[in-house]
Design a protein around this ligand. Structure first.
Ligand code: 2DT
Length: 252
């Protein structure tokens, strides 16, 4: 009996990066290739915790920054065992946002007085504090980060109505994603963040049974078809073949 399991693939990206479109294109391609795939999304607004997050994002409720951060994390923990079961039974999990968004968005909040250019930027929540509640979650095998410059994102149309969809916040979020990518890759076996033009995720997975996480940066400023093709190349071999590696624990 094969001990292989299906891979856990996360798509992260900035607003207007085409993340939702690309996630559903990737899901259709995987399913057309006969690969059983479960699409998940965080925040999952359908759970009780998710409903609290939803009303916070729509500004119909106010919550302390620490509280909302912990709720986002709890929303992942309540689905952690479902993710593990799906992977072990051979279903590829394709997830729209995960713990990386959790850190990037919460750690990008700054104290009001530091928003003027003369003041130093003071985060409301320290980076390490933001990362802590997600330590030990099921680790993705690959993170596809859809990168887009704020100026280009702006040309694609204005940001929406929700709380975090403000241009200056998006720029800080982008910087934080960059840091997370670097730290996440270097804390795994990969020395630096990779570009999808280098070998695919499957090719870079180590052969000795240790866990790693592959952070693939994709230029989301390109046209939809090119981005979709890059994502496909980055994940198809892994999704087709599965992996022998045990499910990792994030940052543990
Ligand atoms: P969507 O627009 O993708 O529904 O996201 N967010 C998300 C956080 O602040 N912390 C998290 O842990 C996650 C998963 C990003 C709604 C917003 O929620 C933010 C945008």
């Amino acid at each position: 009996m094969s001990s292989k399991r299906a891979p856990f693939i996360v798509i992260e990206g900035l607003d207007r990066s085409g993340k939702t479109t690309q996630t559903s294109l990737l899901q259709s391609k995987l399913e057309s290739a006969g690969i059983a795939t479960k699409l998940m999304k965080f925040p999952d607004r359908t759970t009780t915790i998710g409903q609290m997050i939803d009303s916070y994002l729509k500004s119909t409720s106010e919550l302390d920054d620490h509280v909302i951060h912990l709720l986002f994390s709890a929303n992942r923990w309540e689905l952690a065992s479902t993710i593990e079961s799906l992977l072990n039974e051979g279903t590829t999990v394709l997830c729209d946002r995960y713990a990386f968004s959790g850190i990037a968005f919460s750690a990008s909040k700054i104290v009001a007085s530091s928003s003027s250019s003369a003041d130093p930027v003071v985060p409301k929540l320290p980076f390490e504090w933001c990362r802590a509640p997600d330590i030990g979650l099921p680790a993705p095998d690959v993170v596809l980060f859809l990168d887009i410059a704020p100026e280009q994102a702006k040309q694609r149309g204005g940001f929406g109505e929700e709380r975090y969809e403000k241009e200056e916040m998006q720029a800080r979020v982008r910087k934080l994603f960059e840091r997370i990518g670097e730290e996440t890759s270097s804390s795994s076996l990969n020395p630096s963040p990779s570009s999808s033009s280098s070998p695919t995720a499957a090719e870079r997975l180590p052969q000795d049974g240790r866990n790693t996480l592959d952070w693939v940066i994709v230029d989301a400023g390109k046209d939809v078809e090119s981005v979709s093709a890059e994502l496909w190349d980055a994940v198809y071999p892994l999704a087709r073949d599965g992996t022998n590696h045990p499910i990792g624990k994030l940052w543990a």
